[in-house]
Ligand binder design. Sequence first.
Ligand code: PLP
Length: 378
Amino acid sequence: MLYLDHNATAPMRPHAIDHVLGAAERGGNPSSLHGRGQAARRELDLAKDAVRDLVGAANARVLLTSGGTEADHLAVRGIARAARRDRGADVVLLSDLEHPAVREAAAVLTAEGFRPRTVRVGADGRVDLEVFPSAAELRKTALVAVMLANNETGILQPVAEIAAVAREAGVAVHVDAVQAAGKVAIDFDALGVDALALSAHKFGGPRGVGALVTRPDLPLEALWGGGGQEEGLRSGTPAVPLAAGMGAAAREALADLRSGHGQTLRDRLEAALLRLEGAFGVGTTSPRLPNTSALGFEGVGAIDLVAEADRRGLCLGAGAACHAGETRVSTVLAAMGLGAPRALEVVRLSVGWNTTEADVDAAIGILTDAVSALRAAA
Ligand code: PLP
């Protein structure tokens, strides 16, 4: 089976699997004072160092979470509640294309009386800085949340520019870097953000573990209480084996970033597919992740193409989601102004650490045949 859906989840790196198994066999609770507990503490600390290195955050606080969704919730809800407590700010500002994890966290806040506000993206899929509020207009804002790279298109957002305005207003910025981490170089300090979410399974670590990286003194309220682990901000015995796997994957992903491997393959794949009749790209001229390609083929529904490619041995993602038998335009594509029928034809191809040139060439063949077969059957 050919797998070009790394943005959904990447296959685990063998080295990460070894680390998970090793830590699971060794056992130990990092809160225990005995040797085994302290060895687990060191494993956890090493994993956090690898996370800091991956995102250029040498001095940051790293809180272990169950993945990107929890990291986003902890940041959005935890920062906004602390900001309302400390300075009475009650506006939560999101970009139009945030992942549901961030949107749902903001919805919880809205139910608590916070005022939601969204800032739109342009046709290029990037937050429109022309309409982004000025520092003076951000005065009542508790939090700004903007993703670093979009999961469907790979388009990179102008996070540093947004963070500069927010900093002037004294407003914290949370960046969802779940898709970006391990795919592009990230410099937390240079971005000037206050919090950053990542998830191990997007860069070859285990599913079910991630981290919230924050500046060390960021005011943050915990989502729940308990044993007081992770500086009292995320109670619960840390998943050391999963953290060890995440650390191993982070170290390898950082080394891979220097190779340019993903971009060469993505460009080869995209160039060949865009030569097919009626093919179109989404966001291909915007700054974007080097591994992601969002493409469509006129007259070929994305859901049908994903199913046909699957039958022929290729896994890829669809921009359109199917809910209860009804196909809906993705909110991300809609925010970019792409409506039906084109938006319902967009598929996502994402390469990763174990993708080869032979995989890409085989995928081009499969998709060429699948598109012709579906058009012939229409
Ligand atoms: N944020 C973005 C941009 C994502 O793409 C995803 C997962 O697809 C998440 C958050 C959620 O991450 P997780 O699956 O680790 O909960």
